[in-house]
Design a protein around this ligand. Structure first.
Ligand SMILES: [Zn+2]
Length: 192
């Protein structure tokens, strides 16, 4: 997947999670949401999710994350960490969680941003499971996990996926902002 697809997927994944949490009242988000899922501090959360969605590719020196954080991606390469390996596994995710949690203790990031980074990271792993190569979810076990949709990076399949997610996110934003009214009764009334 290209970084465009990953960042868009990370954003949508974070929006959907917030929407589901709010819908099923899993945790009280009223202090955050203030009437809309695009208000308040939530933009910080979505931005963190986008950043998190790019980080697993730090194992690839020429990726967006690899170039920005070359001082991490280069040593990873020296240690023999291959692309779509350790950083794309459950173990990598847990380590990422522990390391970034330190940033909260250092007061560099808030708890909300930390959640955003984690959700973005998970979104990347899920998105790469759409890829033909799959990911070693239970690294160091080599077995590759994938959804058998078999998208190749940069292929028309990926562009199509990007377009579908882009349409979905545009509709969600338009609906949340009140630009689109999906009330069926109003629709029927407008024809009568
Ligand atoms: Zn990846």
């Amino acid at each position: 997947m290209t970084y465009h697809t990953h960042s868009l997927f990370g954003f949508v994944f974070a929006v959907v999670i917030i929407k589901l949490l709010a819908l099923f009242n899993v945790i009280d988000l009223s202090y955050l949401i203030e009437g809309s899922i695009f208000n308040g501090d939530l933009w910080k959360f979505y931005t963190a999710a986008i950043i998190g969605s790019l980080l697993p590719d730090i194992d690839h020196a020429s990726s967006k994350a690899g170039r920005a954080l070359w001082f991490i991606s280069k040593p990873l390469k020296w240690f023999g960490i291959k692309h779509r390996g350790f950083t794309h596994s459950l173990l990598g995710f847990i380590l990422f969680g522990f390391l970034t949690k330190e940033l909260i203790d250092l007061n560099w990031i808030s708890q909300l941003i930390w959640y955003g980074l984690l959700i973005g990271y998970v979104s990347h792993i899920l998105a790469d499971m759409l890829n033909v190569h799959g990911i070693p979810l239970f690294y160091p076990n080599d077995r590759k996990f994938k959804f058998h949709i078999n998208i190749t990076t940069g292929s028309w399949g990926e562009h199509l996926l990007f377009l579908v997610i882009f349409t979905v996110v545009t509709l969600i934003i338009a609906y949340e902002r009140g630009y689109v009214n999906l009330n069926l009764n109003d629709l029927i009334n407008s024809f009568s």
